[in-house]
Design a protein around this ligand. Structure first.
Ligand code: PBG
Length: 327
């Protein structure tokens, strides 16, 4: 051993107190945003088959859900609407209707739980008959005509009480258009959490079951990004920052940890990781088979998102994580 030089890294791992003292990343309840699906109708509590533990809820079941969420200490939710098929149309007008599902749910949450931060998902795909995130003409998804509808949707969500607008449509210029629409309506204080770094991904499959938003023709590849690309993510993020985004979402999360880090290193705004439906489904399925330790895996994944650079995490595991952090 005499002339053998090496460092003893194990010194700082020798017991749990020392390990706690030198831990670099901490997952906290404040980091979590919990997604909720609002179904049209009454007395609906329908579990999404590919997402055990995630439900489509009608308005009359929302209060009980919010009581559970707030009792766990979760401070923020993101709302998605699940309208009836027969209420969908070419322009997704349910997205910007005064009595739209997200608008109604937002009003209900803000009335009974005023301190909860309500994030509104601003997209058309749940409300369009063709399932795309923009106006369609001759099989094409039109960019500029869609922008007005997105701004209208954002304004109507804020009128209902939404605290943060989260546009997920990936049209070019959507942050600028929404910022302008909000400002003109007097909502210059409402932040935009842009889903500007959104990849075209098979990991959204279970969400499309949950939200009935599968495109009726083609796919989303002309507006969502190619999963092979990294510089493209930086270009997208740069545009959104210039257009006035206040937060940047990177989505999905697990297969895109490098992108989370890139966005964190290149831009000075809070980064949000979205741990999407397919990632949730994979963990749940393996856990139900007894193949993995769900709690350990979920905590490791979410701590990993934070280590990669995420400040916040949108996650279907929020309730589980909150109860584990408490316990
Ligand atoms: C709407 C939207 C989607 C997700 C969030 N907002 C679906 C999509 O783009 O197809 C996916 C979320 C998830 O998979 O958990 N555009």
């Amino acid at each position: 051993m005499d002339n053998l030089q090496f460092n003893r890294h194990r010194r700082l791992r020798q017991n749990s107190t020392i390990r706690d003292m030198v831990r670099e990343t901490h997952l906290q309840i404040e980091d979590l945003i919990y997604p909720i699906f609002i179904a049209d109708g009454e007395q609906i509590k329908r579990e999404v088959p590919s997402m055990p533990g995630v439900f489509q809820l009608s308005m009359d079941n929302l209060r009980a859900e919010m009581e559970e969420v707030t009792a766990l200490g979760i401070k923020s939710v993101i709302l998605f609407g699940v309208p009836h098929e027969h209420d969908k149309d070419e322009h997704g007008s349910g997205a910007f209707s005064h009595n739209g599902l997200v608008q109604q749910a937002t009003r209900a949450v803000k009335k009974d739980f005023p301190d909860v931060v309500v994030v509104a998902d601003t997209c058309l795909c749940e409300y369009t008959s063709h399932g795309h995130c923009g106006i369609v003409e001759g099989g094409k998804i039109l960019n500029d005509p869609t922008l007005d509808l997105l701004a209208k949707t954002a304004v109507s969500q804020v009128e209902a009480g939404a605290d943060i607008i989260a546009p997920s449509n990936m049209m070019d210029g959507f942050v600028a258009a929404i910022r302008k629409g909000l400002d003109e309506a007097g909502y210059e204080d409402i932040p935009i959490m842009s889903y500007g770094v959104k990849y075209s991904s098979a990991f959204y499959g279970p969400f499309r079951d949950a939200a009935n938003s599968t495109p009726q023709f083609g796919d989303r590849k002309t507006y969502q990004m190619d999963s092979a690309n990294r510089l493209e993510a930086l270009r997208e993020a740069e545009s959104d920052v210039l257009e006035g985004a206040d937060f940047m979402i990177v989505k999905p999360a697990l297969a895109y940890m490098d992108i989370i880090r890139d966005v964190k290193n290149n831009f000075n705004l809070p980064v949000v990781a979205y741990n999407v439906s397919g990632e949730y489904a994979m963990v749940k399925a393996a856990a139900q088979n007894g193949w993995i330790d769900e709690q350990k895996i979920v905590m490791e994944m979410h701590t990993g998102f934070k280590r990669a650079g995420a400040d916040l995490i949108i996650t279907y595991f929020a309730k589980d994580i909150a109860s584990w952090l408490k316990g």
